[in-house]
Write a protein that binds this ligand. Structure first.
Ligand code: C5P
Length: 222
């Protein structure tokens, strides 16, 4: 049986996870944050002190890694080998390195296999960079979520400052542009809009408006 899943892709900071989580809640579907999975691998490699040039050790580590996404009463948690890394994977250091790590074939192969397994077991709302184009090419609903770079930077800086990180809007803007560029230019499954995806621009829109727009697209398609 094939479940009706929703794929949401787009550049960094477009609001994908906030929106995807709410859409999943409204439809009682599981939410899978694939960016969190790439972040979890990056966190593990940093912990293990592995050089990002060391292809074979990265391959070995990612193969044995136990990554779990769980939902505890609406609180999404990320566990790596049983350890709760939900907060740690959002650190500026992980954010700076994640696009380097996500280029490796062994990393992508392992995570994409896990992501497809989730979608085989239940209908999901999955967000990331290559979901509509690569992970779930048959997803019934595909959304490409975007926003202006200024708005993405403003949202992200507010989020980080709230968490206590001392970071400026210029630094955040540069980081977003660099990460998008690396994600779009990588060889394997780069960030791109699937040909059958619908673009939703979140600039100047509230979260509620965007969620409503996606639910309308979903109901029209099903
Ligand atoms: O979504 P988030 O910003 O947390 O993603 C972090 C990084 O993980 C992205 O910049 C990208 O390098 C990588 N990623 C990916 N493919 C996905 C999801 C995320 O390469 N499907």
């Amino acid at each position: 049986m094939q479940y009706i899943s929703i794929a949401i892709d787009g550049p960094a900071g477009a609001g994908k996870s906030t929106v995807a989580k709410q859409v999943a809640e409204c439809l009682h579907l599981m939410y899978i944050d694939t960016g969190a999975m790439y972040r979890a691998v990056t966190w593990k490699l940093l912990q293990a002190g592995v050089s990002l040039e060391d292809n074979s050790t990265i391959g070995e580590i990612v193969q044995d890694l136990d990554i779990r996404l769980s939902d505890e009463n609406g609180r999404l948690r990320v566990l790596v080998d049983g350890q709760d890394v939900t907060q740690d994977i959002r650190s500026p250091e992980v954010t700076r390195l994640v696009s380097h790590v996500s280029r490796f074939r062994q990393v992508r192969d392992r995570l994409v296999a896990l992501q497809r397994q989730y979608a085989k077991q239940q209908a999901v709302v999955m967000d990331g960079r290559d979901i509509g184009s690569n992970v779930l090419p048959d997803a019934k609903v595909k959304i490409f979520l975007t926003a202006s770079i200024e708005e993405r930077a403003e949202r992200r800086v507010a989020e980080l400052q709230n968490k206590g990180y001392a970071i400026t809007i210029d630094e955040v803007r540069q980081e977003l542009v660099k990460r998008d560029q690396m994600d779009m230019e990588r060889e394997i499954a780069p960030l791109r809009q699937a040909s059958d995806a619908q673009v939703v621009d979140t600039t100047n829109k509230t979260i509620e408006e965007v969620v409503k727009q996606i639910l309308t697209i979903y109901y029209d398609a099903t």
